[in-house]
Write a protein that binds this ligand. Structure first.
Ligand code: ATP
Ligand code: MG
Ligand code: FE
Length: 346
């Protein structure tokens, strides 16, 4: 099926068009530059930016894919989770588009969309289920067991406080680095020693992971870094930014990879899928690949353009649902900022 997907859950306006598992276009407009002035995403600014970007983005995506609206088989949209106002703009636009075109509408889960991104990679035929998936972004840190993309996604654990990307952004601020902090910390860390400072690894003891508990906690780590830096400054000593960045990054990466591989072992699933914007982190990929190989686990990492928020993954998920014979959503749904990952379609 030919599907147009609309993604507006955070600060990216993503429009993607797929034909089944084939990616035809994936346009992304971001209000990141505007958000950077405030050091984070301001919901009202995101919503307004989506409103302005939607029409030109849809036109650009159609042109790039060389298809017309009339040719579409369905429209897909992220209905949650995410920022309420931002989601509402996308949901409203998708309903308007579907109704005016007389096309079926599929309202889908953003997190499951991140997993669906992998279907669009060139070697998708090698994707197998069940797989463990770890989604790491500015708003989410979730460990999932995916038995079937269209019908069976289990939440193994999620962050109880900050998301991993959020921790990168907050620690960057502590170190006087600009927003978004992930790439900045990555750059600074390249010159640092990851073993210089032993920062805490939240909820990482074996007892924390017993009984299927794979929750994450990053706010203690953020506080530990802030306190360490503060003590240095109070003592009038220079802050070794590169070492702090490298040691912090190591702590985050260690926790993410340890838990993901522990979940693979516990569930007897030798497959791990990585997703979300924090996957851009070189160290995270390297450590995941290295330790997974030692554990006999195959790792899949979609290209970065499909890891960060985008409309193609939403379209891809809807295309899978259609192929599985699922009925379209009724127009009764609305934006749901806390939609649980187990609700693949609403
Ligand atoms: P959502 O949480 O809804 O998926 P988001 O916009 O917050 O949306 P993404 O766009 O997927 O998330 O990712 C952005 C986050 O990734 C930011 O927190 C940013 O700091 C982080 N990030 C980007 N590059 C890197 C990197 N190289 N290392 C670590 N973190 C990174
Ligand atoms: Mg983003
Ligand atoms: Fe996302």
């Amino acid at each position: 099926p030919l599907v147009l997907g609309i993604e507006t859950s955070c600060d990216e306006t993503g429009i993607g068009i797929v034909r089944g598992r084939e990616l035809l276009s994936n346009t992304i407009a971001s209000s990141m530059d505007e958000q950077a002035r405030y050091g984070g995403v301001v919901p009202e600014i995101a919503a307004r930016a989506h409103l302005e970007a939607l029409q030109p983005s849809i036109e650009a995506a159609l042109a790039e894919a060389s298809v017309s609206l009339a040719e579409l088989d369905a429209v897909a949209v992220t209905s949650g989770p995410g920022l309420a106002g931002a989601l509402m703009v996308g949901v409203g636009a998708a309903k308007a588009l579907a109704v005016s075109l007389g096309k079926p509408l599929y309202a889908v889960n953003h997190l499951v969309g991140h997993i669906a991104a992998d279907i669009l990679t060139e070697d998708a035929d090698r994707l197998e289920y069940p797989t463990v998936a770890i989604l790491v972004s500015g708003g989410h840190t979730s460990l999932l067991l995916v038995r079937d993309l269209t019908s069976d996604v289990e939440l193994l654990g999620e962050t109880v406080d900050d998301a991993a990307g959020e921790a990168f952004d907050k620690v960057a601020r502590v170190l006087g680095l600009p927003y978004p902090g992930g790439p900045e910390i990555d750059r600074a860390a390249a010159q640092g020693d990851p073993l210089a400072i032993r920062f805490p690894r939240g909820l990482s003891r074996a007892s924390d992971m017993a009984e299927h508990r794979y929750d994450f906690s990053f706010s203690g780590l953020k506080t530990a870094v802030a306190r360490w830096v503060e003590q240095r400054e109070d003592a009038g000593e220079p802050v070794p930014v590169a070492d702090v960045a490298a040691s912090f990054r190591e702590a985050v990466v260690d926790v993410l990879v340890t838990k993901a591989l522990d979940a693979c072992a516990r569930h007897g699933v030798p497959r791990l899928l990585l997703g979300g914007g924090v996957i851009a982190n070189r160290r995270l990929r390297d450590v995941a690949l290295e330790r997974a190989e030692a554990a006999g686990v195959t790792v899949r990492i979609p290209p970065l353009s499909l890891c960060t928020d985008n409309g193609a993954m939403i379209a891809a998920l809807a295309a899978e649902l259609i192929s599985a014979g699922r009925q379209p959503s009724t127009l009764a749904f609305g934006a749901d900022s806390t939609l649980p990952v187990t609700e693949i379609q609403v």
